[in-house]
Design a protein around this ligand. Structure first.
Ligand code: 1CP
Length: 335
C-alpha cells in the first residue's frame, strides 16, 4: 500500500541492520501535553478517547511534532487502552490521575469481553493511519503501536497504572489459567489490530510493555518468560506472516538484564531500552542481536543545556556505531 521509497527511510534501514547516513531519531510521547499546540487542541475535546477516535484531530496531533522537529518517524496518535475499550471494558481518562478502568477480576468479567468487536470499534484509528500515511513526508516512517498483552492486562486488572501490580500478580499465582485466558484474548485482539494498522499504512510497529519491570524486581525469569516474552513472541510470529515487511520494536521497560532473553526469544527486530539500562551492556549484549532504541533520560531532556548535551553525546558514542535509533528511555514529561 506504501511506495517503495518509503521503505528506504533511515528509520527502516536501521530496523533492517543496514547502514544509515546519520542516526535516526524519534521520541516516545513526542505528541502530547508538553506541546502548546496539543494543549490548545486538547482543551476543545471533552474526553481523551474522543481525541483518539476523531481522525481529523488525531492526524493533526500526530503531525504536530513532525512539523516542529522533523523526526525520522511519526507515531500514530492513540493510546494503548483503546484495546480494553474496544473489548467492551469501561475505560475513562481522569485529568491529573490518568486512566481508570472497571477492573477485570473473574471469569464472569472475562466473559463480557468480546474480541470480535475490536476491528469495527477501532475503525477511526485505521482511518487516522491511512490519512497519516498519505500526509507525512516520504522520508518519515509511520509507526503504529499497541500495548503488549501483559501491560494492557495490568491496566485491565489493576483498574489503573500498575503500582505494585499486586492484583494481577496474585491472579498469576493463584489462577494462572484464568489470567492466561485474558492474555490469549489480548494476543488475538492485538494481532488483528496491528495487522490492520499495517494494512492501512503503518510501516513499523512498536509494542509498549511499560510494566514488564514487574518481573525484574524481584527477579522472576519464569514469570517474565510466560507473561511478557511468550505473548510477545506469538504476536511477532503472527505479524511476520501477515505483514512480513513491517518490523516490530519491543519496549520491555524496566526489564533489566531480562531484556537479553526478550531480545533473543521474541523475534522482535528492535528493542527499546529505558534509561536505567547501562550503555556498555546494551552495546555488548543487545546490539549483536538486534537494533537498539533509546535511552536518553527524560529528566535530562527537561534539564537541558550542558547536561543534555553531555548525556546525548554519551549515548551516541556508546551506541551510534551499531544498529541504533535515538530515543528517550521513556516518554517526554509534560513539563
Ligand atoms: O489528557 C491527555 O492529553 C492525556 C495524556 C495522554 C497522551 C498524550 C495519554 C493518557 N495518552 C497519550 C497518547 C499516547 N499514549 C501515545 C501517542 C503519543 C506519542 O507517543 O507521541 C502513546 C504511544 C501512548 C502509549 C501509552 N499509554 C503507554 C505506553 C508508553 C508509556 O508511557 O509507558 C501507556 C502506559 C499509556 C497509558 C496512559 N495513557 C495516558 C496516560 C496518562 C497513561 C499513563 C498512566 C500511567 O502512568 O499509568
Amino acid at each position: 500500500m506504501t511506495s517503495p521509497a518509503l521503505h528506504n527511510s533511515r528509520f527502516l534501514k536501521a530496523c533492517r541492520l543496514e547502514p544509515t547516513d546519520t542516526t535516526p531519531i524519534w521520541i516516545m510521547r513526542q505528541a502530547g501535553r508538553y506541546l502548546p499546540e496539543y494543549r490548545k487542541l486538547r482543551e476543545g475535546v471533552k474526553n481523551f478517547l474522543e481525541l483518539c477516535y476523531t481522525p481529523d484531530l488525531a492526524v493533526e496531533v500526530s503531525l504536530q511534532p513532525i512539523r516542529r522537529y522533523h523526526m525520522d518517524a511519526a507515531i500514530l496518535f492513540s493510546d494503548i487502552l483503546v484495546i480494553p475499550d474496544a473489548l467492551g471494558q469501561k475505560v475513562e481518562f481522569h485529568e491529573n490521575e490518568g486512566p481508570v478502568l472497571a477492573s477485570v477480576q473473574s471469569e464472569t468479567d472475562l466473559k463480557r469481553l468480546d474480541a470480535g468487536r475490536v476491528l469495527d470499534h477501532l475503525r477511526p484509528v485505521f482511518e487516522t493511519v491511512r490519512r497519516l500515511a498519505r500526509e507525512i513526508p516520504a522520508e518519515t516512517t509511520l509507526i503504529g503501536f499497541a500495548g503488549s498483552p501483559w501491560t494492557v492486562a495490568v491496566y485491565m486488572v489493576e483498574g489503573r497504572g500498575g503500582g505494585d501490580c499486586r492484583r494481577i500478580m496474585d491472579w498469576a499465582r493463584q489462577e494462572p489459567d484464568g489470567l492466561q485466558r485474558l492474555i490469549d484474548l489480548l494476543v488475538e485482539a492485538t494481532v488483528a489490530y496491528l495487522a490492520e494498522q499495517a494494512r492501512n499504512g503503518a510501516e513499523a510497529i512498536q509494542l509498549f510493555d511499560s510494566w514488564a519491570g514487574a518481573f525484574a524486581k524481584p527477579r522472576n525469569a519464569a514469570g517474565f518468560r510466560r507473561w511478557v516474552i511468550e505473548p510477545t513472541r506469538r504476536i511477532v510470529g503472527q505479524l511476520a506472516v501477515r505483514c512480513p515487511e513491517v518490523p516490530v520494536i519491543g519496549f520491555p521497560r524496566g526489564a533489566g538484564d531480562l531484556a537479553r532473553d526478550y531480545a533473543t526469544a521474541t523475534g522482535i527486530r528492535g528493542i527499546g531500552l529505558d534509561s536505567e539500562t547501562p550503555l556498555d551492556w546494551i552495546a555488548k549484549i543487545l546490539q549483536p542481536i538486534c537494533t537498539v532504541q533509546g535511552n536518553l533520560s527524560n529528566r535530562v531532556l527537561v534539564e537541558g543545556g550542558e547536561p543534555l548535551e553531555n548525556e546525548t553525546t554519551r549515548v551516541l558514542e556508546a551506541l551510534a556505531g551499531g544498529p541504533f535509533i535515538f530515543n528517550l528511555g521513556h516518554g517526554v514529561l509534560p513539563e
